[in-house]
Design a protein around this ligand. Structure first.
Ligand SMILES: *Cc1c(COP(=O)(O)O)cnc(C)c1O
Length: 454
């Protein structure tokens, strides 16, 4: 299959060929004649041999293609626009540089993410600082570095940011994060009107108005516009359009009150991706066309100047480009109950299944042509029964030493990794055109002791 955007989408199901596993191969991934999974031109067994397992493998061309798709789709809307990558999904220096090459900004939410971005040489003017509790130390560093945009998230931050900017004699460009009373969850959304969120300031309660007015008065703040982010892994645009309608109506009221006209409307990220066949994302191009039309119509209705449309995708940039490779260890068949296959990582590098019950597709990367011989639950080696990678998956009978691939692990995997059970964080490699580049090395036992003083 071909999705019409330059990447072949091969969705191999047992109906197509009974000898092939049910795994969607995104981007450059394919199966070679030896029955091995190939990513970025390199067979998975070769990558495992060279870099060890567990291993995160990123299809660099697919990351770049996603960045370009956002740009192209926004270009088509005719709106002034900007795309910032939400670096919490996955950040290392190499990725920050890749984002700079593709013309994306970078959202950071902590001093550590800011430090990483700056260490990569990322232009601070294109860094946006987010967070519901920005520390004074973080604000100071950001101001000193010349961070280009602050997404103000509380009333107290208005005063603190203004004071700190004044101390440094630098103006802070900012957006106000509002909660429009719309919460989106994958396929549907709810209008809450509730102020119960640790993020942003509520439109309905009047707190957003209070904050905006304070920001407009603040000597050292330059208010560009407003921001909202209503959820993650969202399909469709209903929630976003409902939020847009509320925010534009509110902006019309604020304009009447103070004459303020937002130059920027940042609608956050949250674009859903395909983890398994249960997820059917609409093409990005269609989603952005719908959002742009709603923005134009809403702005016209309220006689507001058309703001720039800013986006902050995270998952949809890196999610489908990332793979995890594990080595199969113990296989345990409990008659009449379940088959367990244990791998050499687990919830220390794959938390989303334990955390949200997230579902993934798995395959034996060294035997992609093997016919499924049963269902297997893939578990890690950590001391938690919840340490599950994927439940009840069809696989050829796994053997000790097989290579197990999990697709779609590019977002919120390495970023959420931990050292529970003193596990070592895996290495990360970028692959492209048959070349592999190790961008983060595997941790060593020495890394575990680093920082221990006694
Ligand atoms: C997490 C987050 C994003 C990115 O969300 P994705 O689902 O990864 O696209 C963007 N903006 C804000 C404010 C966020 O908190």
């Amino acid at each position: 299959m071909e999705d019409g955007r330059g990447f072949a989408r091969r969705h191999v199901t047992p109906e197509h060929c009974s000898r092939l596993p049910s795994m969607h191969l995104s981007g450059s991934a394919h199966i070679n004649p030896a029955g091995e999974l190939v990513i970025g031109g390199l067979p998975a067994p070769e990558l495992a041999e060279r870099f060890g397992t567990p291993l995160f493998v990123y299809d660099e061309a697919l990351i770049r293609e996603q960045c370009r798709r956002f740009h192209r789709a926004l270009q088509k809307t005719g709106l002034d626009h900007q795309v910032s990558y939400a670096s919490k999904a996955f950040l290392c220096r190499a990725l920050a540089r890749l984002m700079a090459e593709e013309g994306l900004g970078l959202d950071v939410v902590s001093g550590g993410e800011l430090y990483t971005a700056l260490a990569a040489g990322f232009d601070p003017a294109h860094i946006h600082l987010h967070g519901n509790n920005k520390l004074d130390s973080e604000l100071r560093r950001a101001l000193a570095a010349g961070v280009g945009c602050y997404v103000v998230d509380s009333l107290d931050e208005v005063a603190r940011l203004n004071t700190l900017a004044g101390e440094l004699g630098t103006r802070a460009r900012c957006l106000l994060r509002v909660t429009p009373g719309v919460e989106a969850h994958t396929h549907d959304f709810i209008q809450t009107g509730a102020a119960d969120s640790k993020f942003g300031l509520n439109l309905a309660s009047g707190q957003a108005s209070e904050a905006l007015r304070a920001m407009l008065q603040a000597e050292w703040l330059d208010v560009l516009g407003v921001h909202f982010h209503i959820g993650s892994q969202i399909f469709g645009t209903e929630g976003t359009r409902a939020a847009l309608a509320r925010v534009l109506a509110w902006l019309a009221g604020e304009r009447e009150h103070s004459g303020f006209a937002a130059r920027v409307l940042n609608i956050g990220g949250g674009f859903g991706i395909r983890y398994t066949g249960a997820d059917q994302p609409q093409p990005l191009e269609d989603l952005l066309a719908e959002v742009a039309a709603a923005l134009r119509a809403g702005a016209a209705e309220h006689r507001l100047p058309l703001p720039q449309l800013w986006l902050e995708p995270g998952r949809s940039i890196v999610g489908e480009a990332g793979w995890t490779l594990y080595t199969v260890g113990t296989v345990k068949q409990i008659p009449g109950v379940r088959n367990y296959v244990s791998v050499d990582g687990g919830m220390s590098d794959h938390l989303r299944t334990a955390l949200y019950g997230a579902d993934y597709e798995v395959a034996l990367a060294n035997r992609m042509h093997g016919a499924p011989q049963g269902t297997y639950t893939v578990v890690g080696k950590l001391c938690e029964s919840g340490d599950v990678v994927a439940r009840d998956k069809p696989l050829p009978e796994p053997r000790h030493g097989d290579l197990l691939a999990v697709s779609c692990t590019g977002a919120y995997h390495y970023a959420m990794s931990s050292r529970y059970n003193a596990m070592l964080r895996p290495a990360v490699v970028f692959v492209k055109d048959g070349e592999a580049r190790e961008v983060v090395r595997r941790e060593t036992y020495d890394d575990l002791l680093r920082g221990q003083l006694d």
